[in-house]
Design a protein around this ligand. Structure first.
Ligand SMILES: Nc1ncnc2c1ncn2[C@@H]1O[C@H](COP(=O)(O)OP(=O)(O)O)[C@@H](O)[C@H]1O
Ligand SMILES: [Mg+2]
Length: 215
């Protein structure tokens, strides 16, 4: 298995980043216990018992790793940080990720970002900066499979590529799939030239994605 990081970006908030990340970590940890850390560097609207960080830690099979920055308020991280008198510097978050991974003794880390790919961190950068700055990061873009998703994905990929961030795979998550879902799955590989995976409703493991991650 390659020793690197997987950065999970979303086309928006609530598209299924945690659902997909947990399923992927469940499959990865079944294959190779202890090899992968599941980390959420920044989480707002934070309630420990139901947190994304907790779900990722459980799926990866390690102790709870609390995010580097949390806020109980469900607002954009940069606003929550500003309110707390802090600046969320991507380089510092990257250092935190590497430190946590080392402490856990994991060889790779899956990092779930907060909100959408362009949700702001300060200094005119977004969550995408984590993908840009983490060494040897592979980027997974999660989108909700519904009418409009072709636009959402093409827009995000085009803007990300302009910043030197190249999603290698897209996951179409069927959290409330509509009539367009099957066609979206067929069309997207041709339109965006990446691998495209389907994540079904209530899916709790992701063996195909895990095989991709292990490449
Ligand atoms: N494939 C799915 N099947 C069932 N529920 C889902 C699925 N994907 C997401 N959800 C639900 O939709 C909501 C948002 O998903 P979540 O993974 O938390 O999104 P994000 O991490 O992008 O904010 C959650 O309540 C989650 O349980
Ligand atoms: Mg989440």
């Amino acid at each position: 298995m390659s020793l690197r990081s997987i950065v999970v970006l979303g086309t928006g908030t609530e598209v299924g980043k945690t659902a997909v990340s947990s399923a992927l970590l469940t499959s990865l940890s079944a294959q190779a216990p202890g090899k992968w850390a599941g980390l959420k560097p920044v989480e707002t609207g934070y309630v420990e018992a139901t947190s994304d960080a907790g779900r990722l830690s459980r799926a990866a099979g390690h102790r709870l790793v609390r995010p580097r920055f949390t806020s109980p308020h469900p607002v954009s991280p940069h606003l929550a940080a500003r309110e707390a008198g802090l600046e969320l510097a991507p380089a510092e978050l990257v250092e935190w990720v590497e430190g946590q991974r080392r402490t856990l003794g994991a060889e790779g880390a899956l990092i779930e970002t907060a909100g959408g790919a362009f949700s702001p961190l300060p200094s005119k950068v977004g969550m995408w900066a984590l993908a840009q700055q983490l060494p040897r990061a592979r980027v997974l873009l999660v989108a909700a499979n519904r009418l409009g998703v072709l636009h959402d994905v093409l827009c995000a990929i085009s803007a990300l590529r302009g910043l030197g961030v190249h999603p290698e795979a897209v996951v179409l998550n069927e959290l409330a799939a509509d009539h367009s879902a099957a066609g979206n799955l067929m069309e997207l590989p041709r339109l965006c030239a990446t691998e495209v995976f389907r994540h079904a409703r209530d899916q709790t493991s992701a063996p195909e994605l895990a095989a991709w991650a292990a490449q």
